[in-house]
Design a protein around this ligand. Structure first.
Ligand code: NAP
Length: 394
């Protein structure tokens, strides 16, 4: 059963969006084939554009997905909610951002998560309004899963207005590398390569958005920027000549590290964040003028309490939050960090493209400077081209 296999346990739980506006965009209770009836509740989404129908098992309320109006003339605002996909929305920054946006009532948040049940539980316990979010399965450690997610999203008929590449893994204490399904070192494989493929495959969807301000946001980090104190804590980010990336980012073909060096989990994370920030700028250079899409990155502050540090030693996890709160004063709560990222998603004053946003002590946003390496256009082009080969786009 192809559709069932592509959804974990129901890859898209549709929640009520309000009145159906586009006359033929959504049909409830349309007849399903007997084959589908056994597995899905009688909810059918049909889009004029794609001319496809998919069954959707209702999670909480069996109601229609947002109305679709892709043919709005340029400049005309649609009345529907914006649709934003957030990867890794099952915890930390992603969850807080999903909640902040869902609570405005102006956004339908598609939580793109590897663990469907965890995401559903997290959304419920965060008290997210159920009409304003849905969950779809996405495992960034598998390029097949990324492609399947893109295919599911397209078939759902939901227009895409904003994509937030937020998910990440951080393995600072790993003595040995672990690998994605495609054999790439895990941190760069998930944080950079999985997101790179996702963003590339969804670019056409963003181009078609009739939202006033379509955006692609890739979460960065201070730790990848060696022009900061935090970025100078060893091991420092350094992509070198990228011989490891060129050779496939695994032991058998060369090295698990982008620069070809010995595996180091903390450095792999920082390198992946440099790739994230470089890719945001490369997207901007290649597509902003032609498409009007806003490409942005950000450092949300040190959210010392998130699951990102789950693999760190217990003493670190105990001391890191008070250290950030009282010594460096760089600490930001998950809730406040979520509001910051939500601002980058939706604030009409943050439409400038190619920007790496940060916040000052008064929580005011400003355009921050990236390190020399994280703003190197030559390196960005090389990461783009090598990554295209690894994910099968070239
Ligand atoms: N925490 C900080 O101080 C800080 C500072 C600067 C930047 N950031 C950035 O903020 C972003 C979010 O991090 P966080 O602090 O919120 O950490 P977190 O709580 O650990 O969240 C990471 C999210 O990524 C998901 N994820 C991990 N591997 C995945 C995969 N293979 N496929 C799909 N999703 C996957 C996790 O899913 P599960 O729930 O299933 O594990 C989780 O939802 C990251 O990009 C990080 O680099 C964080």
């Amino acid at each position: 059963m192809a559709l069932q296999a592509s959804f974990l346990p129901s890859a898209l739980s549709a929640h009520k969006e309000g009145k159906t506006v586009a006359k033929d965009s959504v049909f409830l209770g349309a007849p399903l084939s007997d084959h589908l009836k056994s597995d899905f509740s009688p909810l059918l989404l049909r889009t004029k554009r794609a001319n496809v129908s998919i069954g959707v098992r209702a999670q909480t309320t069996a109601t229609a997905a947002p109305s679709v109006n892709r043919s709005a003339p340029e400049g005309k605002k649609t009345l529907r909610k914006g649709n934003v996909v957030i990867t890794g929305a099952s915890s930390g920054l992603g969850l807080a951002t999903a909640k902040a946006l869902a609570e405005t009532g102006k956004w339908n948040v598609i939580m793109a998560c590897r663990d469907f049940l965890k995401a559903e539980k997290a959304a419920k316990s965060a008290g997210m309004p159920k009409d304003n979010y849905s969950i779809m399965h996405l495992d960034l450690a598998s390029l097949d899963s990324v492609r399947q997610f893109v295919s599911n999203l397209k078939r759902s008929g939901l227009p895409l207005d904003v994509l937030v590449c937020n998910a990440a893994v951080y393995q600072p204490t790993a003595s040995e590398p672990s690998y994605t399904a495609d054999g790439f070192e895990m941190s760069v494989g998930v944080n950079h390569l999985g997101h790179f493929l996702l963003a590339r495959l969804l670019l056409d969807e963003l181009k078609e958005s009739d939202h006033p301000s379509p955006r692609l946001i890739i979460v960065g980090s201070i730790t990848g920027n060696t022009n900061t104190l935090a970025g100078n804590v060893p091991p420092k980010a350094n992509l070198g000549d990228m011989r490891g990336l060129a050779a496939g980012l695994n032991d058998t073909s060369g090295s698990t590290m982008i620069d070809g060096g010995k595996f180091d989990g903390a450095k792999a994370y920082k390198d992946s964040k440099v790739c994230n920030m470089l890719m945001m700028q490369e997207f901007h250079r290649r597509y902003h003028e032609e498409t009007g899409i806003t490409f942005a990155s950000l450092y949300p502050g040190c959210i010392a309490t998130t699951g990102l540090f789950r693999e760190h030693i217990p003493l670190f996890r105990l001391l890191f939050p008070p250290f950030q709160k009282y010594i460096t004063k760089g600490f930001v709560s998950e809730e406040d960090a979520g509001k910051r990222l939500a601002q980058v998603v939706s604030d009409p004053s943050l439409t400038k493209s190619g920007v790496y946003w940060s916040w000052n002590k008064n929580s005011a946003s400003f355009e921050n400077q990236l390190s020399q390496e994280a703003s190197d256009a030559g390196k960005a082009r090389k990461v783009w081209e090598l990554s295209e080969k690894l994910v099968g786009l070239a």
